[in-house]
Design a protein around this ligand. Structure first.
Ligand SMILES: C[S@@+](CC[C@H](N)C(=O)[O-])C[C@H]1O[C@@H](n2cnc3c(N)ncnc32)[C@H](O)[C@@H]1O
Length: 460
């Protein structure tokens, strides 16, 4: 566990997601408390896990693991009982046995991984968690990052992993140095490691909310423990094996650079990181699937990036089914929002990549990646004044001081306008007003509705 203590060297970047205060305790301890609001957080194998709900998140994961085990066992038992049917040819029986063996192996690998950091499955009948959730998501990503993605594919000039990092490295090859680098949605960690190795910054923080992917990233990069996972394909190509056991290979042993690469388990939307603490943020396959509006995502980036900092985005625009239609922005809409947020787009390209190439089946998808880099302006005030209602469109931008309340407005509307000081944004005012509103009234909608009286007043 040689590297665990080094986690504490990013303590200057981290803060409590509930009250914003610094942590005085070691954030790689099994549990640690915020000194101000006293929320208890935890770490797994030295990785800080800093979620708004504190230690309750760990109970959710235990429950998810319990469900994974329960559902996995049910499916394994089902396959085993099918293989006993009297009318199957021997080949079908052995395929069933292979499936059962592979599923058992796969489930055991995941549970053993969690047990290695002291987390055992538990089923609590009173828990609100009813689905395996995140633990069941994105399994192919760790196979791609640490096994499949290093395979050459005849039609592509580079391997999948190298293509992803190589294109970003091309953008970064102008000699600019970075102190603190953040990957949002770092997944199983490979891209964050490849870029870290290239840039050698003071610190790279690889943030993801998925504990399975983060633990694997940590095993591959910091703990250097080889692992093996099984894969069972229901739709195997003709005469190809249905089940395979894939070895995951950690990074080479002889690098000290792993000491400055830090995994962090957290939700980007209650981010335990301090304002303006990163000079490079990379968002790979993230802007479309993080669960919120890209407009709010720009606010998050604005909060985390230092003035003058660089944001690199790489990935498709494949929004989830729950994203409202008006938020499924195309590239041209995002370019426009990025500019309104006061960022300058410095490079902009798209390219095709193989995605999840499985060497067993030689099957893969071809995805189009939109890769752009964009620099945050140095001057905050300059940005908000650029477009007329940019501070409503992007509610993290400061509302210009000259915005005035129409004289005829109600007392409630006047009380919203009273907060305008040229620095506060719609989001800031919403936070101040929320405790005074009935719980069923969303504060931001209330503030925006009040401020729109200015818009209607001035258009007359
Ligand atoms: C499509 S995957 C991409 C992973 C990785 N960037 C890659 O390219 O392989 C999206 C990742 O974002 C993470 N994620 C989604 N929403 C998140 C949030 N609100 N906070 C932190 N991580 C999140 C998921 O757990 C997942 O690992």
């Amino acid at each position: 566990m040689k590297n665990e203590g080094y986690i504490d060297s990013i303590i200057d970047l981290i803060c409590c997601p509930n009250c914003g205060s610094d942590f005085s305790a070691k954030i790689s301890e099994k549990t640690f408390k915020c000194p101000r609001c006293l929320t208890t957080y935890f770490s797994l194998g030295g990785i800080p896990c800093i979620f708004e709900n504190g230690i309750e998140e760990l109970e959710n994961w235990r429950q998810q693991l319990g469900l994974l085990q329960q559902q996995g066992q049910k499916s394994i038992d089902g396959i085993r009982s099918i293989s006993k049917l009297p009318y199957l040819v021997d080949e079908t029986k052995s395929r069933m046995d292979e499936h059962a063996k592979s599923n058992t192996y796969s489930q055991k690998s995941i549970i053993d991984l969690f047990k290695s950091v002291g987390v055992s499955p538990a089923l609590n009948a009173n828990s609100d968690v009813r689905q395996v959730g995140r633990l069941a998501q994105y399994h192919e990503l760790f196979l791609r990052d640490w096994c499949w993605g290093d395979q050459e594919i005849a039609q592509f000039e580079n391997t999948e992993n190298n293509l992803a990092s190589g294109k970003i490295i091309e953008i970064l090859n102008n000699g600019e140095a970075f102190d603190n680098v953040l990957f949002l949605g770092s997944g199983a960690g490979r891209l964050s490691w490849d870029i870290h190795e290239h840039l050698q910054p003071k610190a790279t923080v690889a943030l993801d909310m998925n504990p399975l992917l983060s633990l694997i990233a940590d095993k591959m990069i910091k703990k250097l423990s080889p692992m093996k996972f099984s894969e069972c394909k229901e739709h195997a190509p003709i005469d190809s094996q249905q089940t395979r056991y894939w070895p995951l290979s950690p990074i080479p042993k002889n690098t000290h650079l792993a000491d400055t690469w830090f995994p962090l388990m957290a939700d980007a939307w209650s981010v335990p990181l301090k304002k303006h603490s990163f000079d490079l943020i990379v968002t790979p396959w993230f802007i479309d699937i993080n669960g919120e509006d890209v407009r709010d995502f720009l606010g998050l980036l604005d909060y985390l990036l230092k003035p003058g900092g660089l944001w690199i985005n790489s990935g498709p625009l494949l929004y989830g089914p729950n994203t409202p239609i008006e938020q499924k922005y195309g590239a041209n809409e995002i370019r426009s929002l990025v500019k309104t947020a006061g960022f300058t787009i410095e490079s902009d390209q798209s390219y095709s990549t193989p995605y999840l190439y499985c060497p067993n089946s030689s099957r893969y998808r071809v995805e189009q990646i939109w890769l752009f880099s964009s620099r945050k302006a140095n001057n905050q005030l300059e940005r908000s004044a650029k477009e007329k209602y940019s501070w409503i469109l992007l509610p993290h931008l400061p509302i210009p001081a000259h915005i005035q309340c129409p004289a005829s407005a109600s007392r409630e509307v006047h009380s919203v306008f009273a907060f305008i000081d040229g620095k506060l944004s719609v989001n800031d005012i919403s936070l101040k007003i929320a405790p005074h509103l009935p719980p069923d009234i969303p504060a931001r909608d209330y503030v925006i509705a009040a401020l729109l009286t200015h818009a209607s007043g001035s258009s007359r």
